[in-house]
Design a protein around this ligand. Sequence first.
Ligand SMILES: *Cc1c(COP(=O)(O)O)cnc(C)c1O
Length: 378
Amino acid sequence: MTTTTRTLNQTLNRTPKLLLGPGPSNVHPDVLAAMAQPMIGHLDPAFLKILDRVQARLRTLFGTDNAMTLPLSTTGSGGMEACFGNLVEPGDAVVIGVNGVFGNRMCDVASRLGGEVTRVDADWGRILDDDAMSDAIARVRPRVVAFVHAETSTGVHQPVENISRAARDVGAFVILDCVTSLAGLPVRLDEWGVDAAYSGTQKCLSCPPGLSPATFSPRAVERAGDRSAPCTSWYLDINLLAGYFGGERVYHHTAPISAIFALDEALRLVEEEGLETRAARHRDAAEALIAGLAEFGFEPLVDAAHRLPMLTSVRLPESVKKAGEGAVRRKLLDDHEIEVGGGLGALAGEIWRIGLMGENARRENVARLLEALSKELR
Ligand SMILES: *Cc1c(COP(=O)(O)O)cnc(C)c1O
């Protein structure tokens, strides 16, 4: 008993870190408090009321009327598996736009499901080319077209509508990764013609990781119900999930109650702020960051027209490379309690990825990072 208490206290007394990496982001104290509420049952009407509200608020954020909009009990990658797993059958042609880690992951997921994947690559740090995507779609006439709205590995903001239109022209289903964009950028799935999308709670929603908000159009739900063989994942089969997350509320798996309490509170905070104000706050913080970093010689990787506000990737100046970029990040973490992200793949050692996601998208956090950098680099 004593040992347990001491261990818990030590954990609670840990100095809070400022999480300016590619996620997770810092969690609002009200969201943490919501998570600590006493447990109730997943079929308790009081809980079902919360679940209804969460689903309604997610529809607003995703810009959709889709009935099948739900917090999946998994992280963002699980949301990816759910979207592909329900819509792709062995032998289905799938066109995937790849300009970073998460497009790559989509290819891996789709091919494990037996999809015949055609990748359309673009340089990391640039958007997918509309014409290259449209040409591939017209040639392959795929069942599914998929790409990433906010590429967290590079900081690229991908325009959606032209690719989505090309996909709809051949009757393909569109899957969009909104893990980093949701609650930081406007997302308008119905207007864009997107059939299935997924997100994660630990980025611009500023919740702990563990849930994947996701949505499926009526057409996608129909397709999932009309497969020649059932979805290979029992857990993520939307035909079965519809029993609980649809109207009937019958048991499928035990909903992660505390995580849904947290999401409910986080969505309330988003609603209270207003999505436009929130998006503007992200843009404002990113501008301040880029201007401040320029003083140290950091240069944005992505051109101004296609930068994500919530994730800024910057090329490292010689001073940082010389000091060892990993060592500098470690100093930021150990001595200043600030986490920033390094580059992935070919960009490892070349860039930093600095997240200003959700609660963290504020000038005061930018100022704290710049002050720490000036101590370490001057
Ligand atoms: C973080 C992220 C994911 C994966 O989410 P996990 O919660 O880590 O599984 C997928 N796509 C994008 C764009 C992401 O940023």
